[in-house]
Ligand binder design. Structure first.
Ligand code: KIV
Length: 273
């Protein structure tokens, strides 16, 4: 049976060259499948706003939403390291608010760590949550909760000034006590520059090859959606298969070829002959 990876083992990837994986997950059935696989980590991401709830972005997702989905994931994936994603508005008021939100997610989901967005601006909250005893993963680069400030979902770190700001963010996250930092949507050379200058592992999503860990959104990597970002390799192409199954089911019912006796309870009922 799979053994759950630990925070020290995740941190050790910085030295030992082991590459690890994370996938987003939001429900029990899929969590069971991830748990059976060799994928080490699950993120109950605020991307559930888009993938599960049909929102345009991640803003609007609540701590209650993450807890609701996180509890189901935890029941399905007890041997997988689960990270709960702190939604927008759950940690941007004060350190105290961040610790209260993180405590709720950590205790009610029973997750192993939490993730939150922002570098220097979130350093005090990260420190507070770590001091409260909860492992924290930072998140910099393209941060979906603040895309309106960035002018959309745009690749970050495209000037030396921006790269230096990213490095300051990564160092602030490290100094605040985070065990890992997610870097999203930056050129490969930028990730390499950061990686050489920090001491905690980088988990990349659209951040190139030079990361200790990689993350992907489940619906992207299974090919369930019409559009996927450039960095999201489709390891399966389920959308056409699912559509085909739906349409074949509908066709067979309308044509009368499903259900057959094979898919029916055929027990004799006395008096009903
Ligand atoms: O919520 C999410 O899916 C994320 C991704 C960047 C992995 O944070």
């Amino acid at each position: 049976m799979k053994k759950k990876i630990t925070v020290p083992e995740i941190m050790a990837t910085k030295q030992n060259g082991r590459k690890i994986t994370l996938i987003t997950c939001y429900d029990y059935t899929t969590a069971k499948l991830v748990n059976e696989s060799n994928i080490e980590m699950i993120l109950v991401g605020d991307s559930l706003g888009m993938t599960m709830l049909g929102y345009e972005g991640t803003v609007g997702v609540t701590v209650d939403d993450i807890i609701h989905h996180g509890k189901a994931v935890k029941r399905g994936a007890p041997q997988t390291f689960i990270i709960g994603d702190m939604p927008f508005g759950s940690y941007n008021v004060s350190v105290e608010q961040g610790v209260i939100s993180a405590n709720r997610m950590f205790t009610e989901i029973g997750c192993d760590a939490i993730k939150l967005e922002g570098g220097k601006r979130s350093a005090a909250v990260i420190k507070g949550i770590v001091e409260a005893g909860i492992p924290v993963c930072g998140h910099i680069g393209l941060t979906p909760q603040t895309t309106s400030m960035m002018g959309g979902f745009k690749v970050q770190g495209k000037s030396m000034e921006a790269v230096e700001a990213l490095l300051e963010d990564a160092l602030a996250i490290e100094a605040a006590g985070a065990f890992m930092v997610m870097v999203e949507g930056v050129p490969t050379a930028v990730t390499r520059y950061l990686r050489e200058r920090i001491h905690i592992p980088i988990i990349g999503i659209g951040a190139g090859v030079d990361c200790e860990a990689q993350a992907l959104v489940l619906q992207d990597m299974l090919g369930m959606t019409e559009w996927v970002p450039k960095f999201a390799k489709k390891f399966a192409d389920l959308r056409p298969q699912i559509l085909d199954a739906f349409n074949t089911y509908q066709k067979e019912v309308t044509e009368g070829t499903f259900p057959t006796p094979e898919y029916s309870y055929n027990a004799k009922v006395e008096g009903l002959e």
